[in-house]
Design a protein around this ligand. Sequence first.
Ligand SMILES: [Zn+2]
Length: 65
Amino acid sequence: MEFTPRCPICRSLAQGDANPYRPFCSERCQLVDLGGWTTERYRIPGPSVGDGAEDDGDATEDGSQ
Ligand SMILES: [Zn+2]
């Protein structure tokens, strides 16, 4: 019975005894796993109540004149 690790990112076989990126198949998938969560958390839009309306009104007034 042979153990074949799969890449958690692209689900492809992360084979290769000399693969330094295991359990990932490549450096690309490793970076995706490391930076994916961080980027996703940063991309979450926060509730901007009050500040958004104020900025919108100021921009309209400035553009009208
Ligand atoms: Zn992969």
